[in-house]
Write a protein of this length. Sequence first.
Length: 317
Amino acid sequence: PIPVIIDCDTGVDDALALLFAVRHPGLDLRAVTCVAGNTDVDGVVRNTLTVLEQAGAPDIPVARGAGRPLIEPARSARHVHGEDGMGDIGLPAPTRAPADVDAVTLLRREILASPRPVTLIPTAPLTNIALLLRTHPEVTRNIERIVFMGGAVACGNATPVAEFNVWHDPEAAAILLTAEVHITMYGLDVFQQVVVPGADVRRLRASAEPGARLAGELLSHRPATPDVGADSEAGGIGDAGAVCTVVDPAGVTTRLLPVEVSLTPGPTRGQTIVDRRPRLGESELHTGTRDQRLVDVALDVDVERFVKLYLGTVESV
Ligand code: BDR
Ligand code: CA
């Protein structure tokens, strides 16, 4: 299996991502690190521990990370994810405490200890990842790739042009995007497309198995479901799509493009500017005139394929 670490802000759809990662036989989830985003970091830790317990994976190390972005104060997304950050579906409290090391320390330890290079999957503001890259740059030698949920080619959600994870900590995202690692951006453009039909959500909710039932409850909360048309019970898998991308890279269509984050105060702050100009041929991109690295940007996703992969995995127990 592929060794992976998820850095998240659980978060309804982060929970969907954790459930998938724990259950997919092709993944070895070695650790989960938490950061402030959808809710405060202590809430994120609590939610993450509970979700892993419900998913039948109570032994995966979980560490608490940054409680706020590098520069700005934390701003919660309770209006999207509920008071508890988990859609207020009444989850029990976890029965264990997080690791006694912080997220950056756990990330470094697990990455360097892994016998095979690790794939990092951030599904949250990139604060922990930026701190890791700045504090322990040597970790990149054992990172296979970073597949992050964040950014947008077209339009944003936190603002008209900025996606929440990048908008919440633009400086951290900028640090990630200039790192010397292979990066895939699973942005809003694809994130919003992968929606599970209502009939499947109903089946999950009625499941006798706690993990599958939890997935159904979370999908019903529909945080990542912008417009489901007539099917009012359909729910988006959100962040889980970034994990699907690691298992099944052919499910997304990507292009290697320059990506830059707007750090300017004002209406563009947090926007990911993806340079799609046709005149930028590969050779021009590599002339070194740009300091941003090229990022594999997901431009399209095979929705049916990812929905099938998601359901097949979550219901596989
Ligand atoms: C991202 O923001 C959060 O609300 C979701 O969990 C996802 O990671 C979408 O913009
Ligand atoms: Ca998230």
